[in-house]
Write a protein that binds this ligand. Structure first.
Ligand SMILES: C[S@@+](CC[C@H](N)C(=O)[O-])C[C@H]1O[C@@H](n2cnc3c(N)ncnc32)[C@H](O)[C@@H]1O
Length: 308
């Protein structure tokens, strides 16, 4: 994503070295950039942005161990891990697959919010909400049920694109998102009766049993490593016959991986097994890409699961 977090070191000289290093990095002089970043961290040892950028550069230079040690420093110097050094460590195989740091997701989307729709929809051809809408209509038609829902929960609602797609079919929309700035944008649409700044799993856990007829997660499960707890909560929160529809990215291997784009990809068998283990019936699981990258559709799945 085209946003970059910068956390000042509080030391003007160190910050300036960082700026020079970034210039050099952008011009392709990685060795000189790494040298300047090291100087910046000598001046300000707690400079998380410098450690993180150093990790990236060392990785690009093929210096895996040095990259790992810089990313670890970035983690230690910013306990919340707003840069997402943990994800880089997972990609380097230095840490096992785990959830994303919440502060990283929040910082990423808070920065992204002002240009989210133009960047995702216009530049990447984002079509997650439209895919979900079509899939839910088809699943309801196949079950001879109307596609109208009194209460719906939009997990990782972002700026409200999924609520816009389902606006005529839902009476009362609840949106949950980790990013306050994305929630501000969603609020401006007036499509939601309720909006909550929260982790989607924690938010779902607070909902009463059998209180929703529809749950949506458009391009949100790609930020969730383990689908199982979300599916279990969705099953509890849905009324009998209620529907959970979500997109995710996928891959040819087995299980869950963290892809190059720093989003999780779940293979189809894993999705099937997680849905079944949660006590939901899979009405649809189709290969559908929700976005492009480098003008190529990113492999994805659209899933519609119903509570028996
Ligand atoms: C790519 S955007 C998609 C937004 C919206 N669903 C849409 O279709 O346009 C992903 C959203 O999920 C949110 N998100 C990611 N992980 C989350 C989590 N664990 N809990 C709540 N929201 C999360 C992000 O803040 C972001 O707004």
């Amino acid at each position: 994503m085209p946003v970059r977090l910068f956390l000042s070191s509080g030391d003007l000289v160190a910050d300036r070295r960082f700026d020079f290093a970034r210039d050099l990095q952008l011009k392709g002089d990685l060795v000189a950039a790494a040298d300047l970043l090291l100087q910046a961290t000598e001046l300000a040892p707690g400079f998380a942005s410098a450690w993180f950028t150093l990790g990236e550069i060392r990785e690009r230079l093929g210096e895996r161990d040095a990259a790992i040690s810089a990313f670890r420093k970035a983690q230690v110097t910013d306990a919340e891990d707003r840069h997402g050094a943990r994800l880089r460590l997972m990609r380097l195989g230095a840490e096992g697959l785990a959830d994303m740091p919440q502060a990283y997701v929040r910082a990423l989307f808070d920065q992204y919010a002002p240009k989210f729709e133009s960047a995702l929809v216009a530049d990447l051809g984002y079509r997650g909400p439209a895919l979900l809408f079509k899939a839910v209509l088809a699943a309801r038609a196949a079950n001879r049920k109307p596609a109208f829902f009194r209460r719906a929960i939009d997990l990782g609602c972002g700026t409200g694109l999924a609520a816009a797609a389902f606006a005529r079919n839902v009476d009362h929309f609840i949106g949950i998102d980790l990013s306050p700035r994305m929630i501000e944008k969603a609020r401006a649409t007036s499509l939601y009766a309720e909006l909550e700044v929260d982790d989607l799993l924690q938010g779902l856990r607070r909902k009463p049993d059998a209180g929703a007829e529809l749950i949506l997660a458009a391009d949100a499960m790609v930020y969730v490593a383990d689908l199982a707890p979300v599916l279990v909560e969705a099953e509890r929160v849905l009324v009998a016959g209620g529907v959970f529809a979500f997109t995710t990215e996928t891959h040819d291997g087995e299980g869950v991986i963290l892809g190059e784009g720093l989003r999780y990809a779940h293979d189809a068998d894993h999705v099937r097994a997680s849905v079944a283990a949660a006590g939901l019936n899979l009405s649809q699981l189709e290969d559908r890409s929700a976005r492009n990258e480098d003008n190529t559709p990113v492999p994805g799945l659209v899933a519609v699961a119903a509570k028996p």
